[in-house]
Design a protein around this ligand. Structure first.
Ligand code: SF4
Ligand code: SF4
Length: 209
């Protein structure tokens, strides 16, 4: 999937997410919100201007969110996104209400809808995490002007191919057909066990390029 398809999956297949902002003391605050639309420009959601959520969005201009789909942990797909948000005002409200008609049960009249305003999460990074796959699948993506920067585990030239890390990797995602061995990023859990056991200090954790 490309970055737009990840956003569309989040909006259509998951829809309700837990969003995190920070309060005036820099402490995290979460709330559940619905993703009303998604396209190549980002994710769209709405809130009422009277809510604390609105004030926190305006103050920081930043938000993180996670949505999950699945019946239980081992059938779960989770999509996490974080990035900059911009208030778009009320112009998009008719379109978002048309796409999400259940909103009329919460804000039934045009007058009541005047409390609402639309935001777009327009530049950020995300991660797709699928526990239903064996081994697990993980992909990072970015959208807008943001560059995807993700901490990942890599094996350096110091690797002597001793295979000590093989038995401790919970996903079996270290490939020994290469020298030095290679970590399959799309299956890595980021547990860090390989760093702990490598006798050569050959495993490093750093931002992907
Ligand atoms: S434990 Fe370290 S040196 Fe041994 S194979 Fe794994 S990465 Fe290479
Ligand atoms: S971080 Fe964990 S899952 Fe990833 S390669 Fe190392 S041991 Fe395996």
């Amino acid at each position: 999937m490309n970055e737009t398809e990840y956003l569309i999956y989040l909006q259509k297949e998951i829809h309700t997410v837990v969003a995190a902002t920070v309060d005036d003391n820099g402490l995290p605050v979460t709330c559940a919100i619905d993703m009303m639309d998604a396209d190549e420009n980002g994710l769209y959601f709405l809130t009422a201007r009277g809510k604390g959520f609105y004030s926190r969005l305006k103050k920081s201009g930043y938000m993180a969110l996670t949505g999950m789909k699945g019946e239980d942990t081992m059938s779960c797909v989770a999509v996490s996104v974080r990035g900059r948000v911009k208030e778009l005002g009320g112009a998009l409200l008719p379109r978002l209400f048309e796409k999400n008609p259940y909103m009329l049960e919460i804000y039934p009249t045009t007058e009541s809808q005047r409390a609402l305003t639309v935001f777009r999460l327009y530049a950020g990074m995300g991660e797709w995490f699928d526990l239903s796959k064996k081994p697990i699948e993980r992909f990072s993506f970015s959208f807008g002007q943001a560059k995807a920067k993700q901490e990942e585990y890599f094996i350096t030239d110091a690797c002597t191919h001793c295979r000590t890390c093989e038995s401790v990797c919970p996903q079996g995602c270290i490939d020994f057909t290469f020298k030095p061995a290679v970590i399959r990023q799309e299956h890595c859990l980021h547990c860090g066990r390989c760093i702990e056991v490598c006798p050569q200090g050959a495993v490093i954790r750093e931002e992907s390029k």
